[in-house]
Design a protein around this ligand. Sequence first.
Ligand SMILES: C[S@@+](CC[C@H](N)C(=O)[O-])C[C@H]1O[C@@H](n2cnc3c(N)ncnc32)[C@H](O)[C@@H]1O
Length: 385
Amino acid sequence: MEEELNAAKTVVPHSHIPYGPEGTGAYTKSQTTVRLAAYECIPIVLEALTSMDINPLHTFHIVDYGSADGGVDMPLLYEMVRYLRTKYDSNPPIHVSFEDQPVNDFKSTFLMLEGLLPEQEIKSFYTDFPNTFVSACGTSFYKQNSSNARQMLPPLSVHFGYSSTAEHWLQEKPCNLPNATLHVFETDEKSMKLFAIQATKDWELFLLQRAKELVAGGHLVLATLSYTMFEVEPFVPTLKAFVDDGTITEDEFVHTTFAMYYRTVDEVKAPFEVENSTVQKAGLRMLSAWEKMIESQLYQKFNENRLGVNDFARGVVSGFRAWSNSTFLSGLADTRSDQEKADIVDKFYNRLEQDVAKDPHLTSHFTATFTSTSVKSNRLYIFCL
Ligand SMILES: C[S@@+](CC[C@H](N)C(=O)[O-])C[C@H]1O[C@@H](n2cnc3c(N)ncnc32)[C@H](O)[C@@H]1O
């Protein structure tokens, strides 16, 4: 199976390319539902901060892994900084690093931090609190030190790591899925197995890299999307209709495969539970894990007649498009021109809006799983959606 994995895999240079105009906070504006994950994590990070032994004379370094344009996680970061400022007055200096892939929209992050986005509602800890510092890191969270690559951050340099809804992106696509776009709905056993192997490797690698960066006593709080994220395949019926009417080929359907993996709670816990695992040896211990269903705010509004069905569908699809646009483009054959590809993808999302509007109840909620851990020195809280 390992050999097959190596033969079938596709290196993904950027698992996710932002959609929408750079420097406008487009990602944040499109996300009405996943932002609830960050809100759910606020009490968890504050509890973790309370338990930490913080030296007010040393710079306190917080990293947001997979930050996108930064806006979804900004309210949580604001509360962390507010807590530290309230407890320790103007010290310690607080340094927040926003981490994502090289193609990320960091321009929006810095405009938001300076309070310069047009009609910005999100509050910036950087403008509101003294002695705060910000930086960006455009290096994959899977990068390891080698002759031609560098791990994203120096060893033992991070006091608090946070990440929401990012670790489901894999560093490699192990194969194309013949029957689904998302691995959870695939029925071909061999493909399912290849995805599971890749996800196990990547989860362990992600944790080991963070263990290197965290100082003794450091904390990591993660919110990851869970296996039960979707009740039904959100894209296949619409995409299959495109195959049936000849808009795309069967081969393009198969190539439209997300390099992502939604883990079960057991899969999230596994590296911590095997005695003497590499993750345990690296010093990380999990405190607990739990799953939670989160209702879509858009759906609530629609259900209470505060939002029409078409606006509801437009909101849902705009949220999906922010993270799925680049995968749909990448599935189309290279014999097509860029314009042709863009037109097909636009048409796809228009059709998807109509399909969501026909059955709005299918996108009423998503499910969450919480986890938390501790060891000798490091502590880890994980919250899976
Ligand atoms: C759904 S967004 C999450 C953004 C924000 N944290 C939130 O909760 O809304 C996932 C982010 O993970 C980033 N990402 C995916 N793979 C990554 C990798 N290997 N290294 C760093 N970031 C990655 C993507 O570029 C994307 O911005």
